[in-house]
Design a protein around this ligand. Sequence first.
Ligand SMILES: CC(C)(COP(=O)(O)OP(=O)(O)OC[C@H]1O[C@@H](n2cnc3c(N)ncnc32)[C@H](O)[C@@H]1OP(=O)(O)O)[C@@H](O)C(=O)NCCC(=O)NCCS
Length: 126
Amino acid sequence: MTKRITKEEHDKWLVKVLADQSNQRLFILEDLDASPCGQVRFSRADGDAWEIHFSMGAQFRGRKLGVQMIRAGLDVFLGKDQRSQIIAKVKKNNMASLRVLATAGFQIEGKCGSDDSETRLIYISK
Ligand SMILES: CC(C)(COP(=O)(O)OP(=O)(O)OC[C@H]1O[C@@H](n2cnc3c(N)ncnc32)[C@H](O)[C@@H]1OP(=O)(O)O)[C@@H](O)C(=O)NCCC(=O)NCCS
């Protein structure tokens, strides 16, 4: 089961993430007024593997922006270095994320998490 976290816990975690530049990369999607719409974060797993995390602001969902945001994040993060392996772990009932990742070029590898509650995917670059 997912544990609910408080705003204080989240803020503390975010400060730590932003400070950890060798293991975390955070990209913000902005609209033309420079207002934030969504975020893509790459978090080092092990070796050359990084885990992708993302979310779109509630008012921007359902407009097919998710896949564009993930593609842009992958382009910027990977740059010319295509060696990094990008993985994703998604709760198995999170259909929107599974769809977005499939469209962006991820393939399902298998199950993971406690009770196999998550689907593990890997990015296959074209
Ligand atoms: C996942 C997320 C970024 C998708 O962004 P989005 O811009 O709203 O996505 P889209 O509008 O492109 O929709 C993505 C696909 O999911 C489908 N979809 C959306 N909501 C759905 C739902 N509740 N059930 C089933 N499919 C759904 C859409 O039909 C679309 O499929 P298609 O490309 O085959 O037509 C957004 O929903 C989000 O921020 N969710 C909360 C955070 C989250 O789950 N992060 C991932 C953690 S691993």
